[in-house]
Write a protein that binds this ligand. Sequence first.
Ligand SMILES: [Zn+2]
Length: 493
Amino acid sequence: MRYTSMHDEPPRDSPRVPQFVDEARDGLDWAGRGTSHVEFHTDEALPLSQGRFLGHGMNGGVFETVVCGQTVAWKRRYCRRQIGAQDLREMDILRKLDSRHIIKLVGTYTHGPFLGLLLWPVAVCDLGTFLEDVDNLLQNPGPGDAGIGYQAMITQRLRSLGIDTPSSASTRLKQSIGCTSSAIAYLHQRSIRHKDIKPANILLSPAGLWVADFGTSTDFTGISQSITQDGERGTPKYFAPEVAEYEPNGRSADIFSLGCVFLEMIGLCNGYSLEYLKSLRPNKDQSFHANLDSILHWFNFSGTNVNSPADQQLMALVREMLVRTAQERPTAEHIETRLRLIDTLHGPRPAAPLWGDCCAPVPRSSGQIQPRRISLVTIKIGNTHQLKNVGHGWLFFVRAPGVEDIIADVHFFLHPSFEHPYTVQHLPPFEMIGGGWGFFTISTVVALKRGYSWVSPYATLGLGDQSLLTLYWTLNFERELSYSHVEVGVAVS
Ligand SMILES: [Zn+2]
């Protein structure tokens, strides 16, 4: 789906349309036939009136229409063959998906050779358009009112999303990274592959983000079969190498495509224009998969040289998502967990968090007063050092004598020039050995087991309400042993 149209009226996709969404959850009776999937006779007139043009879908235009008093997007698809039971089962699965970041399939129908899809909500634009608009904004950061024509249209579209400065654009891009990763993790947990992750399939409104066109390179596996035979297979630019080569592929192909999208998002936040990123892909169709060597070379020499420790770790994660060997790519679940950890590297009040407020962790116990026992814990963090003929040898450690049994895991984030800058340990001793000439700051996230929480301004909540404490240590090579003590409270709930 490609949404490029303009909204001059206020956005109509307020996230609060509870009744409509609740009804849609149980199958919206949008045509008054008692079901959300309707089979119309060829000579029957559809009870839908075609509204504003929203954009080009793969097999034709996408238009607005109104069902049950709510504006939805209406897609029609020509189907070469009869819609079968398998297709209906798949539609049912997709209709039952219920995630704040997945576009809602509220109704479907067949009408002669056409399959119709009704999708909610209608967005302001897609991420592809947004990336181009932000790229434009970064190159023309002055007030947009002076512009006419194309420039004025971009300014207006950005304003409909609540964006008017490069920094608000960057904040929105960062938040979209986490929300998109949650949507893909949600699909993968249900064994649904997206198969065509690209910016044009991520829809945006002022407060919302929705992943669309999941399930196949079009919409449904069975139906897409015939489309695949026509050679239409989604968007080669974001294809994983194995997809481009027509090899067997799985969920990890989605991860590659997601990595490409993230690279464009984080790249823009760090001043790399889309044109610059394109210059890293000189070969063939300028796809990511056909230019992996050049991209990975860029990562090794300058790609992780970005603004903040969090952005450095984001780039390192993207590099892992883009590895050629599918089995070595992280899973969607790992990416979501890792992003939650990277989000803590900003400090207690992140300047640009990686999730929107929609996905901010809420403590399970919020609003309840629970008896909590708080005790003070001393954490020792530091490094040993030995000069060797190949550079400095060091051992970095985090010790918490007497309370290490309540630590679930300790996450280490090293300098992004390391091939694997992230590691995690689940059992004490929490330490790691390294060597080389350079010294750098190691970011460490100490996660507690369920039932325990840190009482500290540096504590944050991770995935599944896990209490996280972020500590930083810059390697010291002046002495054989350097460390400091951190006193922090632990509450037992
Ligand atoms: Zn969200």
